[in-house]
Design a binder for this molecule. Structure first.
Ligand code: 5GP
Ligand code: 5GP
Length: 228
């Protein structure tokens, strides 16, 4: 009798484990790796504030690595028991200040921005990337995808001029090998401009992939690339 129960119990436990595995491997389908152009965050009606460390360099900065589903939806705030912990990423802080600065007001040391991105998005990929892995992966992706260089090679410079959206996308596809998604916002005078660039990454965070789905949103066919 006892052994029958224990077999049953074992079977139940096995089933639970396999369910856990299935749900873990399906907890998201890919990442958006999103980089922002600081000039387009700052020239808006809302304006911006430089971080305490000073004006960031005139380069794309990391916004985040977002776990997403291939139907376009995404999970958020997945683990309230895994809050941001600066001590876990102390070796990355100086790199993050350079490559992942917050431009929100008031001026800050960017910790709030990183906390938000980890807690809202990063916790939803914690089955693959722990806190250190999440930030380290984003920094590595930034190092592998020099968007400003890709654009400059194609003669597309942050000089306040307008460029065709198609040329911008072609320049990035040409240099990086994958079609980006371009998100636009508007400057203080209402001109459509290049705000964020999305690339897609596999669930391990190691390889760029073609995007399974693109976000919604619209740019003009000619968009401004403001200076910073
Ligand atoms: P998300 O779109 O990643 O869910 O939210 C971005 C949040 O981070 C917003 O609440 C925004 O105020 C804050 N934030 C802080 N610094 C920055 C920044 O430099 N760029 C952007 N896009 N958001 C920032
Ligand atoms: P097209 O047919 O020339 O590729 O795109 C027509 C319109 O779709 C563009 O003017 C733009 O509004 C929108 N669009 C096309 N590609 C993108 C993109 O990558 N990002 C955004 N935000 N809109 C796009």
């Amino acid at each position: 009798m006892e052994s029958k129960y224990s077999i049953l119990l074992n079977l139940l436990m096995l089933q639970c484990l396999s369910l856990l595995c299935v749900s873990q491997s399906q907890d998201f389908n890919f990442f958006y790796f999103v980089q922002q152009w600081p000039g387009s965050y700052c020239d808006t009606k809302q304006s911006c504030c430089y971080p305490n460390t000073g004006k960031p360099s005139a380069d794309f900065g990391i916004h985040a690595l977002w776990p997403n589903y291939k139907d376009g939806s995404y999970p958020s705030n997945c683990d309230p028991n895994n809050s941001f912990n600066q001590a876990m990423i102390s070796d990355l802080i100086s790199n993050m200040q350079k490559n992942w600065p917050s431009l929100a007001c008031p001026s800050s040391n960017s910790i709030q921005f990183w906390t938000h991105e980890w807690e809202k998005h990063g916790t939803c990929s914690e089955s693959v990337l722990n806190q250190h892995g999440y930030f380290d992966t984003a920094l590595n992706l930034k190092g592998k995808t020099n968007l400003l260089k890709a654009l400059k090679i194609a003669g597309i410079n942050p000089d306040g001029n307008s460029y065709s959206l198609q040329n911008i996308k072609n320049a990035i596809k040409g240099a990086i090998g994958y079609t980006p998604w371009i998100e636009c916002n508007v400057d203080a005078s209402g001109n459509s401009q290049l705000y964020q660039i999305y690339l897609c990454v596999d669930t391990s965070g190691s390889s760029l992939i073609e995007c399974p789905v693109f976000p919604n949103g619209k740019c003009d066919s000619e968009i401004e690339f403001p200076s910073f």
